[in-house]
Design a protein around this ligand. Structure first.
Ligand code: MV4
Length: 447
């Protein structure tokens, strides 16, 4: 096992990783920007180095500064967390060149899966269902029109370098397609430096179901069942849960099996998530692979009892997975609510500032993953997520009740949070019925 690792991240996930390292007897080196200097969570690390200014581009994204901290800190590995450099294949490769283990997949697997059209072709090769669509990238207007006629309208234009909803456009007919194709190409070039786009049949109001994977470097791949992340707004997830409500047992098994096939075929190791959309008839289609630990990983930890950060670290240093698929049992129901410093009454605008006072829930079945405290100042420079309330109970009904009870127990003074909005969703009959799809929030302008 490693003696010492560097955490190339900040806030909640940095603290989450430090906590597991402590339990494993691994020393930790943290990095911080000028905005995070002096933050309480950094005291939990054994060492901490400043890597630059308040902007992410001047600190958490500066590869040479992070590698310098890793050299000075004498670490054997870097955990990238999520966001920032976590899916940057170049950083991954630089780590390898510097003889530092990147706690994640190989740069090659990351590069292949990072290209959505390539990932889609890999899914096809692994007999994982993909949405009917174009064979490869679309080069011209005429290409687009011919393919769309075959697929049937409406079609969705996706940027191959996109993902997470970036660079997508719906076209309802041939006229709209011509304009949308040109726009999508231009936008993709500007945003990603890659103009490649492909077409898919547009699936109306799908659910978002994703499968948590953990794989070692010896070819062993296990899934930790699925999460439903349909409660989202403008591609920002708000609530995630496991198991997915109302998913027929056979479909659940088929999605999890498909995710394992996908990852095995890609020679992927470490933690990853295979994302699917599910239509109203429970047809499921591969969307993309997220080659990192995700924000919502705790719901899978709660239902399986597996510490995913621990397994990431141990497979990274070459250990075999300590369990077999049949040992991974999903028990009860877990729900995660993301608590953001945003004002839901004003279009979820970020609300940075000082937390003058805070009270945090606890009790049976309650976990709060967060780095904030009374007196903490939420910075305007980073993501507005300040913590995650995760509940785990025997049944989904009880989990909803505990989540509501927990959210009601919070008391934040000084900043606005998404808690009132989360409560409205959890109290809604559609949520109780497990009837939320990815367009639900946009169709229900609450508050
Ligand atoms: C789709 C789709 C409908 N049809 N593909 C958005 C994020 C990206 N990961 C894939 N996304 C979608 N792909 C086809 N062919 C609808 C979405 C989508 C979505 C997917 C998952 C979670 C939330 C979403 C919100 C809007 C649209």
């Amino acid at each position: 096992m490693y003696n010492r690792i560097l955490i190339a991240n900040r806030g909640e996930i940095a603290l989450r990783i430090i906590r597991t390292c402590k339990e494993l007897g691994i020393e930790t080196v943290a990095i911080f920007s000028e905005a995070d200097r002096g933050a309480e969570y950094l005291r939990q690390a054994d060492e901490a180095y400043c890597v630059g200014g308040v902007k992410s581009a001047d600190s958490y994204l500066r590869i040479e500064q992070i590698i310098s901290a890793a050299e000075i800190g004498n670490v054997e590995a870097i955990h990238p967390g999520f966001g920032f450099l976590s899916e940057n294949a170049h950083f991954n490769e630089v780590c390898r060149d510097c003889n530092i283990d990147f706690i994640g997949p190989s740069p090659e697997a990351m590069l292949n899966l990072g290209d959505k059209n390539t990932a889609r072709e890999m899914a096809r090769a692994a007999k994982v269902p993909v949405v009917p669509g174009s064979d490869g990238l679309i080069e011209t207007d005429a290409d687009a029109i011919r393919e769309a006629k075959e697929i049937g309208y409406p079609v969705l234009i996706k940027a191959t370098a996109g993902g997470g909803g970036k660079g997508m456009r719906v076209a309802a007919n041939e006229l709209a397609l011509k304009g949308a194709f040109q726009q999508a190409t231009t936008e993709a070039q500007a945003a990603f430096g890659n103009a490649g786009v492909y077409l898919e049949k547009y699936v109306e109001n799908p659910r978002h179901v994703e499968v948590q994977i953990i794989a070692d470097k010896h070819g062993n791949v296990c899934h930790l069942w699925e999460r439903d992340c349909s409660t989202q707004r403008r591609h920002q997830k708000l609530i995630e849960e496991s198991p997915a409500p109302n998913l027929p047992k056979k479909v659940r098994q088929a999605i999890c099996d498909a995710a394992v096939r996908m990852v095995k075929n890609a020679n992927y190791y470490n933690a990853g998530t295979v994302e699917f959309i599910v239509d109203k008839d429970f047809n499921f289609y591969f969307i993309e692979v997220n080659a990192r630990i995700q924000v919502e990983h705790p719901v899978s930890e709660m239902v399986t009892g597996i510490d995913l950060i621990k397994e990431q670290i141990s497979v990274s240093c070459g250990e075999k997975l300590p369990f077999k698929q049949k040992d991974i049992v999903s028990t009860g129901s877990a729900i995660e609510c993301r608590i953001n410093a945003e004002d839901p009454e004003f279009d979820f605008r970020p609300c940075p500032g000082k937390i003058e006072h805070m009270f945090v829930p606890g009790g049976i079945g309650v976990r709060f993953d967060s780095h904030v405290h009374t007196g903490y100042t939420v910075s305007p420079y980073y993501d507005s997520m300040i913590g995650k309330l995760i509940v785990h109970r025997a049944t989904r009904e009880d989990a909803i009740d505990t989540a509501i009870r927990g959210l009601e127990e919070f008391n934040f003074k000084g900043i606005k949070t998404t808690i009132p909005f989360l409560l409205q969703v959890l109290r809604h009959k559609d949520f109780a019925e497990g009837a939320i799809d990815t367009k639900w929030v946009e169709r229900n302008p609450l508050l």
